[in-house]
Design a binder for this molecule. Structure first.
Ligand SMILES: [Zn+2]
Length: 211
């Protein structure tokens, strides 16, 4: 049975994250929210992330400000983006701490990671979660669903990047989940090994292509 893992990046946002959580609960789907430190450090953002965590979703660090690719700046700047967000997430209790770098329109490749942050991830026992499916809900709020379905049909285990941003795209989340169920996918919270170059602090894939 082909599998799909859903992740929601760049939130939380008061105008959309509650509806996303309601929808996931309705479908009995657990996911991961890769939050921005600057959003999760506000009272409203903290409440939403706490709710997501309480409802069984995982919370991951997705940098403080989401500006630039960390490998293209200084180690100090990259670490600051990481640590400020970690401070905002100090309350999170889950099996393994999670981090996802900013790609920029789904781009992997050179500059995605910074060596200083890789060292921090290995010392801290983090899992680094990348992706293999970016259907573009952030730029195409109505067309992303068909693209996501078509893309999921191309592989055995898709890790889909969606965004809990208030652009209307998440109005289609319910329809997307219905379609995935109809087509027989197993929805799982775990990550496909090909998308996790660092697992629990251990480097399990060559990182040269990301540095
Ligand atoms: Zn992002």
């Amino acid at each position: 049975m082909a599998k799909v893992t859903l992740t929601f990046d760049n939130g939380p946002e008061s105008q959309v994250t509650p509806q996303v959580l309601d929808c996931l609960a309705h479908h009995g789907v657990k996911s991961t929210f890769f939050v921005l430190g600057r959003k999760v450090s506000t009272p409203a953002g903290l409440d939403l992330a706490r709710r997501a965590s309480r409802e069984g979703h995982w919370i991951g660090n997705h940098t403080w400000s989401h500006i630039g690719r960390m490998g293209e700046g200084t180690g100090e700047a990259a670490l600051q983006e990481f640590e400020r967000t970690e401070q905002a997430l100090s309350w999170v209790k889950q099996p393994v701490p999670l981090f996802r770098p900013r790609g920029g329109a789904g781009k992997l490749g050179k500059g995605l990671l910074h060596p200083a942050v890789v060292e921090r991830l290995t010392l801290g026992g983090y899992t680094c979660v990348l992706w293999n499916s970016v259907p573009g809900d952030y730029r195409d709020p109505d067309g992303w669903m068909e693209r996501a379905l078509a893309d999921c049909r191309t592989r055995e285990w898709s890790l889909v990047v969606l965004h809990d941003l208030p652009n209307g795209a998440m109005l289609h989340l319910d329809g997307f989940l219905r379609k995935l169920r109809e087509e027989g996918y197993q929805l799982t919270q775990d990550f496909p090994p090909e998308c996790t170059p660092i697992v629990g602090g251990k480097i399990v894939q060559p990182l040269d292509g990301f540095l």
